[in-house]
Design a protein around this ligand. Structure first.
Ligand code: NAD
Ligand code: MG
Length: 388
């Protein structure tokens, strides 16, 4: 029996992780977390009977404790509770389905406790990739990507039998991007985009923040940084292709020009399950890809219109605290956009402004990363009244 901890159980990744657990007799929901949605969390607790549940909002945690008094689940609160379940001695695998930099501290706790981590929260490696990968190397924690592109690359790299010669054998990592709902649009056409339009993703159903990131292509930029850290390759060896069908989840090009790809239906349950079962595979029902349906196309992304992608790559290349500033400014700007406070194209402007105003600090400590994040959010708020 594998004990699974799901951080962010009420979200898109979290609920799909629970579907994976439900379909496999060998997996058990050991601990679940939510930020404030205790109605959904209570339903999950009644169904899955986890040992622990954590609510980061302390008031809501107290409410949930009363509501679930008839069940044996122990209710924890706050970020300390998150870190406790992420590092619990009985936990086998921790799925990180929290959105944003809020996922960093509990992921680090899981790294310190030498867990198998199914990493969905990409902001962890974007903001603190050097530190997290270094500590994982030291503690022996296993970081298995859940992000579909990185899971694909991870699966393609498994085609290598010889574990040495990585640098000379692997020529390029080719990340695919759906292009989002606004592929092919010009800047002029993007000026009046509403949150509702940005939330209509053509292929994937995901949380609001990552869906907006997919529309701006910031998501792909964050994924380039994530790939750099996960696979230890320089930015020059990572390329992005727009692939509208979301069937090829990503590819690796080798020294002899062989390109190996992983194909599948756009369904996160596959990478979630693979992160739990790796190096083995279990059967999965209902997500067979139909390869006869569509031609597969690959295009170069439009870096001029979708500026968040080159901004992220530039922040990644600068390194230090710059990716945390990019990420913090983006999180703040996306929240403002979702609340109708700024326009779609303002997101890139605000992120760029924050990056220009920030002097990066090399090899930052964890508290310096959090300070950079906070500074970037304040920068975005301060700039708000200067827009329009
Ligand atoms: P979501 O918004 O659907 O869910 C977010 C979860 O995090 C919720 O359970 C919420 O309660 C919790 N949460 C939110 N703010 C929190 C905070 N401050 N502290 C603690 N918990 C908090 O998001 P999602 O789409 O499931 O994405 C989760 C992560 O996985 C993101 O980093 C995203 O980039 C990544 N990811 C998602 C998908 C996908 O298909 N949804 C694919 C690849 C990667
Ligand atoms: Mg992805």
């Amino acid at each position: 029996m594998k004990n699974i901890v799901i951080l962010g159980a009420t979200g898109s990744i979290g609920t799909q992780s629970l579907e994976v657990i439900e379909a496999n007799r060998g997996f058990r929901a050991f601990a679940l977390s939510a930020h404030s949605n205790i109605a959904v969390l209570e339903t999950q607790i009644r169904k899955f009977r986890p040992q622990f549940a954590c609510v980061t909002n302390e008031e809501k945690a107290a409410e949930l404790k009363i509501k679930t008094a008839d069940i044996g689940t122990k209710i924890l609160a706050g970020t300390a509770g998150l870190e406790e379940i992420a590092a619990h001695p009985e936990a086998d695998t921790v799925i990180t389905g929290i959105v944003g930099i809020a996922g960093l501290a509990p992921t680090l706790a899981a790294v310190e406790a030498k867990k198998r981590i199914g990493l969905a929260n990409k902001e962890t490696l974007v903001t603190a990739g050097d530190m997290v990968m270094e500590r994982a190397g030291q503690t022996g924690a296993e970081i298995i990507p859940v992000d579909s592109e990185h899971s694909a690359v991870f699966q393609c790299l498994a085609a290598r039998v010889n574990r040495d010669n990585f640098d000379s054998e692997v020529k390029r990592i080719l990340l695919t991007a759906s292009g989002g709902p606004f592929f092919g649009k010009t800047k002029d056409e993007l000026t009046q985009i509403t949150a509702k339009e940005a939330l209509r993703h053509p292929n994937w159903s995901m949380g609001a923040k990552i869906t907006v990131d997919s529309a701006t292509l910031m998501n792909k930029g964050l994924e380039v940084i994530e790939a750099k850290h996960l696979f230890g390759v320089p930015f020059e060896k990572i390329d992005v292709f727009v692939h509208r069908q979301s069937i090829v989840h990503s590819m690796v090009e080798f020294a002899d020009n062989a390109v190996i790809a992983q194909l599948g239906a756009p369904d996160m349950k596959l990478p979630i399950q693979y992160a739990i079962t790796y190096p083995e595979r279990l059967s999965m029902h209902g997500n067979e890809p139909d390869l006869t349906k569509t031609p597969l196309t690959f295009d170069k992304p439009d870096f001029e219109t979708f500026r968040c992608l080159p901004l992220a790559i530039s922040a990644g290349k600068t390194g230090g605290t710059m990716p945390a500033v990019l990420n913090g400014a983006n999180e703040a700007a996306v929240a403002l956009f979702l609340n109708g406070k700024i326009r779609f194209l303002d997101i890139a402007d605000l992120v760029e402004g924050a990056m220009c105003a920030h002097k990066t600090m090399k090899r930052p400590s964890l508290s310096q990363i959090f300070e950079a994040d906070k500074w970037a959010r304040e920068y975005v708020c301060a700039k708000l009244h200067t827009l329009h």
